[in-house]
Design a protein around this ligand. Structure first.
Ligand code: PGA
Length: 256
């Protein structure tokens, strides 16, 4: 972390978990544990149907509610989809874009991710753009190339003025939900590649101020060591974000 230049952000990704009633109960349990974090921004990215109950349960706190996906058009014949304007109108501030599960199970390409990023930025949302390599790509030695390609594609057409709305999450696919975490050094090395790529696109000042998160089996035990790395400014947390005590421990580690 480097708080002098950038925000520390811990975001929970609930994925497809919790009904609206369960969401309310989970936020109620979580709120007293994380609401006081002073030095880190806390975001809960919940399923669309949970947004309203999660927003009610976090009213008058600093906890932000985010979404996990968005469509790239403002409106139209896209049955079952939700636009960035709709999210912005609900009061949503953050949206995850290009999570590897969306890329893997729902066919999201780098081009689609890019269209979603531009639409979300246009609507005034902050985007959490996920990038990450597969185990096979890591073993083949093409991690850097893969990450640079994903970052450049996602940001194609964005401008330097957008930078304060852009967060990038490095999520090695082999570490997501597997209990296998990248070592702090491995994670920091790729987050450094991401920052260097942002520098190439938008310049040194923008790169210095960009929050870059690590995600992939981050938990109460490993969070502090990951967050101690100079180029890791937060976390995108799946499994551990559904457990109040674990999520609290991660927020506490980020709040040091
Ligand atoms: P995990 O998920 O923490 O359960 O590995 C992270 C993510 O998919 O964002």
């Amino acid at each position: 972390m480097n708080r002098r230049y950038r925000k520390t952000i811990i975001a929970g990704n609930w994925k497809m978990n919790k009904t609206p009633k369960e969401a309310r109960a989970l936020v109620d349990a979580m709120r007293p544990l994380i609401a006081k974090a002073k030095w880190c921004t806390t975001v809960l990215c919940v399923p669309f149907v949970d947004i309203s109950s999660a927003m009610k349960a976090t009213r008058a706190t600093k906890i932000a509610i985010g979404a996990q996906n968005v469509h790239w058009e403002n409106s139209g014949a896209y049955t079952g989809e939700v636009s960035a304007q709709m999210l912005a109108d609900l009061g949503i501030k953050y949206v995850i874009i290009g999570h590897s599960e969306r890329r893997q199970y729902f066919g999201e390409t780098d081009e689609i991710v890019n269209k979603k990023v531009l639409a979300a930025l246009e609507a005034g949302l902050k985007v959490i753009i996920c990038v990450g390599e597969t185990l096979e790509e890591r073993e083949r030695g093409v991690t850097t190339e893969r990450i640079r390609y994903q970052v450049k594609s996602a940001l194609n057409g964005a401008s330097v003025e957008n930078i304060r709305h852009i967060i990038i999450a490095y999520e090695p696919i082999w570490a997501i939900g597997t209990g296998k975490t990248a070592t702090p050094e491995q994670a920091n090395a790729v987050c450094t590649v991401i920052r260097d790529t942002v520098r190439e696109i938008f310049g040194a000042r923008a790169a210095r101020s960009t929050t870059i998160q690590y995600g992939g089996s981050m938990n109460a035990e490993n969070a502090a060591a990951l967050l101690a790395q100079p180029n890791i400014d937060g976390g995108l947390i799946g499994g551990a974000s559904l457990k109040p005590e674990s999520f609290k421990a991660i927020v506490d580690a980020a709040n040091q």
